[in-house]
Design a protein around this ligand. Structure first.
Ligand SMILES: N[C@@H](CCC(=O)N[C@@H](CS)C(=O)NCC(=O)O)C(=O)O
Length: 231
């Protein structure tokens, strides 16, 4: 059994997607980011970086004591390795999937996270930051759009690369992006959204930006910043 320390944010959702797709037995341990539960000592012992998601695998690959892991990319890769699912068996295929997983972790996630933060959550508008992160996020959406031209999925068959990227495209409006500008991405996004596991995971999940008010606050508006929705 796997315990998933979770909030319904893009990084949390991507791990849940894997667990649902693979049909693994798991239990959700909700972590309230707005109440600061990510800083509690019991959680910090599992996730030293004080961020969700984290897992504890009580039947780890290789046996032995329960394994605690943080970092959504590392968790996805571990689960893929353990189950032999959603990652190719050959060296070239694995390298390609890993490349796109790292791309999501180092590029799409951090940049889209900042775009969303400055467009939606920031207590006051910071035009330079809004412009910088929205532009970089647009570039990254374009990279994915080009990669998907002539391909059904990001790298070979449906893989952890797709699972890592999908939750970062769901809140595209909060990132200031229109999917009509990215036709291949739009097609992939719609196809993944029809997968039963994706539908199960997203049932009842609120857009991370839904309660934060209008994108790009008018001058002088003030909001209480919430925990960042992922970086
Ligand atoms: N690189 C980390 C990022 C994790 C992350 O930023 N998690 C966010 C939610 S998506 C979080 O826990 N935020 C809490 C906070 O900012 O205090 C991963 O992919 O696991």
């Amino acid at each position: 059994m796997i315990e998933l320390y979770y909030a319904a944010t893009p990084n949390g959702l991507k791990v849940r997607l894997f667990l649902e797709e693979a049909g693994l037995s798991y239990r959700i341990r909700p972590v309230s980011l707005s109440r600061g539960e990510q800083f509690e000592p019991q959680f910090q012992a599992i996730a030293p970086n004080n961020r969700i998601p984290a897992i504890v695998d009580h039947e780890p690959a290789g046996g032995g004591a329960p394994l605690a892991l943080m970092e959504s990319g590392a968790i996805l890769w571990y689960l893929a390795d353990k189950t032999g699912r959603f990652v190719p068996g050959d060296a070239r295929g694995r390298a390609e999937v890993l490349q796109w997983l790292f791309w999501q972790m180092a590029g799409l996630g951090p940049m889209a996270g900042q775009a969303g933060y400055f467009r939606v959550y920031a207590p006051q508008p910071v035009p330079f930051a809004i412009e910088r992160y929205t532009r970089e996020t647009r570039r990254l959406y374009g990279v994915l759009d080009r990669q998907l031209a002539g391909r059904e999925f990001i790298a070979g068959d449906y893989s952890v690369a797709d699972m890592a990227c999908y939750p970062w495209i769901v809140p595209h409006a909060g990132h200031g992006q229109a999917l009509d500008s990215f036709p291949q991405l739009k097609r992939w996004f719609a196809a993944l959204g029809r997968r039963p596991a994706v539908r199960r995971v997203y049932r009842g999940v609120e857009d991370v930006y839904a309660r934060a008010g209008p994108a790009v606050a008018p001058a002088g508006a003030s909001r209480t910043p919430r925990a960042a929705a992922g970086e």
